[in-house]
Design a protein around this ligand. Structure first.
Ligand SMILES: [Zn+2]
Length: 125
């Protein structure tokens, strides 16, 4: 995941679920310092929420965010989204990707090329 993508997804998730701005948190600094890696942004936010005892504004039970929350944010933020039935390579650089199964038909990919790092969603028809 690129830094731009990380910042975008973080900002939307924080605003939507906690009513916070990205700059209200340490997440951007954590990312810059290498403390947050991979494509599971929701996990980094859950850790932050736990550490600072943050309350969700949209869930009285204050449940942790899930990968589905993140994917919904990526869709609404127009993070690269492709439809494919083939094992997917990065659409920008063609490198292999790490992938996380979101559901039977949806996967979150993270390009393994360190100079690319594009995160994108693929879905089967
Ligand atoms: Zn790539």
């Amino acid at each position: 995941m690129t830094e731009t993508q990380f910042r975008t997804i973080c900002a939307v998730l924080l605003k939507t679920h906690f009513g916070l701005e990205l700059d209200d948190t340490t997440l951007a600094d954590d990312y810059a310092e290498g403390g947050v890696q991979g494509a599971d942004v929701y996990h980094a936010i859950n850790q932050l929420a736990h550490r600072f005892d943050l309350q969700r504004i949209d869930d009285l039970k204050n449940q942790p965010l899930t990968l589905k929350d993140q994917v919904a944010t990526m869709r609404s933020s127009s993070i690269t989204y492709i439809q494919s039935e083939q094992p997917t390579q990065c659409p920008v650089c063609g490198s292999r990707t790490d992938l996380i199964e979101v559901s039977n038909t949806v996967q979150l990919h993270d390009c393994l090329n360190r100079t690319c790092q594009l995160a994108f969603i693929s879905t089967a028809n």
